[in-house]
Design a protein. Structure first.
Length: 96
């Protein structure tokens, strides 16, 4: 799936069926359902799951918790806009 197709899916009522759980979490976040996105991210033990978890806590404003999750993801804390990080995560997940 392309990033553009994923963005277009944000007009739908549900995330694309063929997307991974982490992409579904990112979709829920973009639709304003932080809680659902967080629930999915915290259940994923992968580095990508930790990265998404870090992003969500950064978005929430909990920077110390975000820092913990960035370390778990083996990434430096992000300094770009939340939208740019969302797109970076989406691109990474779509390329897997």
């Amino acid at each position: 799936m392309s990033l553009e197709r994923f963005r277009v899916s944000l007009k739908d009522e549900a995330p694309p069926e063929d997307s991974s759980d982490l992409l579904k979490a990112l979709w829920h976040d973009a639709k304003g359902d932080w809680e659902r996105a967080h629930q999915i991210a915290q259940d994923d033990p992968s580095r990508d799951g930790a990265w998404l978890h870090a992003y969500l806590h950064r978005k929430e404003g909990d920077l110390s918790n975000a820092g913990y999750w960035y370390r778990r993801a083996r990434r430096s804390p992000c300094s770009v806009s939340l939208q740019e990080e969302w797109e970076e995560i989406a691109r990474a997940l779509l390329s897997d």
